[in-house]
Design a protein around this ligand. Structure first.
Ligand code: THG
Length: 418
């Protein structure tokens, strides 16, 4: 746009905080055309030409605006006074554009150093939660909303929604659920991630989400033409996107393939589509380890090393991954899975991983994991010994016993107020 601005509204004075907020972030001109105050009981406008001119002069002197004018209640005398008051003042300068990924629900989410690692709630996924799936199948969307709310309460800064199931019409279910989320401000304050393997479902979601969400995901699976077409559409809807390391030959399952496919996608997206690199979220593939299958043993190591190289090589990108995938072989043993996720994240985040799809609120603290267990997990994550999986299985039973306590310690309430 040539300009983003405020029209009419509250009169110049009460618009100031809003003008200031937009002025500090807009990478285009900022315009203000206030009314001459709010109408009085008789429907007249009370702000005089001199008063309005002095207000707008102050906006201009503070460097907030590029274009000024008047709306309801302003007359030629107002415009003349405003024009004279601002004649000698330099227009606002646009702030420098810092390329960080900016998302939003009702509230903004800036993926900068202050925000740190971003947790994406995984539970509103019919393939990832039996409870969620049953509720959606029964049509109990209201109770299903509680799962989304719990994810946010437990620290999810983005909520992933997935309705892909053979028994479900996801093109209908996705927007239905997203619309219900939109009416719950405690959930919709965070950005949403629309998760589907079908483009029609992603597009139905894109049409529904407010703010700036994330598509999860696109890839080169069906070739360059489809990939570019989808990327352009996502751009048109103003969303960011997850790009899977997946090409015409299948999923990347080695470090080199992860790097090659992501690099190819980066070039296509930035050069052919003009996609902002900071809105590209690569997912190099988190696959299960400790499965007993030799070919799987490098998956986590490759992911972590590819992450470090990609962050180095491709400016401004984000790296994401479905963390709970890596522990599938320990299904039924949640304490062990939580410990594995935490160890994996500790190293992946150090390598540059920016965000992860996780079971929000169910992550062990790395330093709380007993040293012996931590060491055994590290051995499988980095594939440092052949008997790594066996050694992890040896202690798996013990881990089940160490159920994480969900009892909240309120003894601090016994202390005195002072
Ligand atoms: N990358 C991207 N998107 C993704 C994934 C990814 N979306 C889906 C998935 N992977 C991430 N989400 C989940 C959600 C749940 C689980 C794993 C990944 C999970 N669920 C329990 C299980 O299957 O054992 C369910 C238990 C229950 O029913 O409560 O582990 O990699 N871009």
């Amino acid at each position: 746009p040539i300009s983003i601005g405020f029209n009419c509204a509250l009169g110049a004075k009460d618009l100031r905080p809003h003008v200031q907020a937009v002025s500090s972030i807009a990478h285009t001109n900022v315009s203000v055309h206030p009314n001459a105050g709010l109408p009085n009981e008789l429907g007249d406008y009370d702000d005089t030409p001199d008063y309005m001119a002095s207000q707008l002069q102050e906006f201009a002197e503070s460097g907030l605006v590029n274009i000024v004018g008047g709306c309801c209640g302003t007359r030629p005398e107002h415009i003349a006074a405003i024009s004279e008051a601002i004649t000698d003042i330099h227009p606002r300068k646009c702030p420098e554009h810092t390329p960080i990924c900016r998302l939003s629900g009702l509230e903004p989410l800036y993926m900068d150093e202050v925000a740190g690692f971003i947790n994406v709630g995984e539970r509103t996924n019919v393939a990832g939660s039996a409870k969620f799936k049953n509720l959606i199948m029964e049509g109990d969307f209201d109770t299903a909303l509680d799962i989304a709310r719990d994810q946010v309460i437990n620290g999810a800064q983005i909520v992933d929604v997935n309705m892909d199931d053979a028994m479900l019409d996801a093109v209908t279910a996705m927007p239905k659920f997203l619309n219900l989320i939109a009416s719950e401000p405690d959930i919709s304050r965070v950005p949403l991630m629309i998760d589907s393997s079908k483009w029609e479902v992603l597009e139905a979601g894109l049409k529904t989400v407010q703010g700036k969400g994330v598509v999860n995901s696109i890839s080169l699976k069906e070739g360059e033409d489809e990939f570019l077409r989808h990327a352009r559409e996502i751009r048109r809807y103003g969303a960011a996107t997850v790009v899977m390391a997946f090409d015409e030959d299948g999923q990347a399952d080695t470090k080199q393939r992860m790097i090659d496919i992501c690099s190819r996608c980066y070039k296509l997206l930035t050069e052919e589509v003009g996609f902002p690199p900071e809105d590209i979220i690569f997912d190099p593939n988190v696959f299960p380890i400790a499965t007993g299958i030799e070919e799987h043993s490098n998956f986590s190591k490759d992911y972590i090393e590819a992450t470090a190289e990609l962050k180095e090589k491709l400016p401004h990108i984000q790296i994401s991954g479905g963390v709970s995938n890596m522990s599938f072989s320990m299904r039924g043993n949640n304490p062990m899975r939580e410990a594995m996720h935490s160890v994996f994240l500790y190293h992946a985040v150090k390598a540059g991983m920016d965000m992860g799809i996780v079971n929000a609120g169910q992550l062990a603290v790395y330093s709380d994991i007993p040293e012996d267990l931590r060491g055994r997990i590290e051995d499988v994550v980095f594939n440092t010994r052949e008997d790594g999986t066996e050694r992890l299985l040896e202690v798996a039973e013990e881990a089940i016993g160490q159920k994480r306590s969900n009892v909240i310690d309120l003894s601090w309430r016994e202390n005195s107020v002072n």
